[in-house]
Write a protein that binds this ligand. Sequence first.
Ligand code: NAI
Ligand code: NA
Length: 395
Amino acid sequence: MIIEPRTRGFICLTSHPKGCEQNVIDQIEYVKSKGTIDGAKKVLVIGASTGFGLASRITSAFGSGASTIGVFFEKPPSEGRPASPGWYNSAAFEKEANKAGLYAKSINGDAFSNEIKKQTLDLIKADLGKIDMVIYSLASPVRTHPDTGVKYKSVLKPIGGKFQNKTVDFHTGVISEVSIEPAQGDDIENTVAVMGGEDWKMWIDALKKEELLSEGFTTIAYSYIGPSLTEAVYRKGTIGRAKDHLESTAFAITDSLKPLNGNAYVSVNKALVTQASSAIPVIPLYISLLYKVMKEEGIHEGCIEQIQRLFQDRLYADNMPTDDQGRIRIDDWEMRDDVQAKVAELWKLATTESLPKIGDLKGYEKDFFNLFGFMVDGVDYDLDVNEMVEIPGLQ
Ligand code: NAI
Ligand code: NA
């Protein structure tokens, strides 16, 4: 079939298998061009199909020659209906991994559930024995608690007061005022239950209990801080509370890994266009201004550049620098004073009329469509494609 983008609000309902495949191939080529990284050899990636998790899987496999198991929650294709992009990404990843002689298997289902954890543990036992690293890169709006069955929904709200600022609809380029009511009731607890660290710790506890972690085991999860411009809705909002919880969970996990000399880290990454971030108000406008400034400075990075640098210059460097709260900072270029000063200046000037000039709306839009395999260089969208793509090592 011929597949075209169909958008509704902040999401795209279709995705293109060839475009997704090309994205994965481009990321693999990038990692290979940067040389080998002496990293983990048996890696579990939770949230492995898109964004930072996919980039982590690619960097592990093609940077360090790792065997990888990927866990994700994606929609398979049906006749005439394309799969979600992470499905096609994972199919392409496995195809390339197999060609390169690398072990790669995948599990599609709810990572928060006991069933998917058990299935993953069984697969590790059967195929890998012990693992050296777990990358935890889930982004989800909901979580059903495995023990209680309670379904939590995360919200993106400020805390304490109403938030009012500019936002952009990146499809139309129209800037408007957005006003978001503060969190109330259980909003904070619910968001922490979904995006905090409880599930990360559950995974590590379960793996440890079954003795599936090797000596010197490492686990890493991803966080975000960002500038004062977005603070009220992000770091000081409900999602920020979840990130605080995730970050403190790293210390609890490290403690539990003492007998293995293991470590849990949080890496603070750069703001990037992903399915998760396009849904957050204000962030798209910030990103389009940030991209403009970082591209002009020659320091723009996507997920793969971020994660490749995280592995090469931080995780597996001789001396790993962290901030005063023990976090790895790979958002260092985003947070540079000169970069943030320029973004803040542009923010004041941003209107529907000025944005096409002062912001990188085009770059934002291209990145957004790229997430779904559209607008990818080198792909002929007039050609018929088979939507019924299989993931070779899907369990
Ligand atoms: P993403 O939306 O691209 O990836 C989410 C992944 O989680 C996908 O593989 C998806 O299949 C999987 N997933 C979601 N729900 C699941 C479930 N119930 N069971 C199994 N898998 C599930 O998101 P992105 O942006 O890569 O986010 C990953 C992490 O990075 C998050 O913790 C996010 O907060 C963090 N981060 C994101 C930044 C950004 O600007 N996008 C910046 C800094 C950190
Ligand atoms: Na991810």
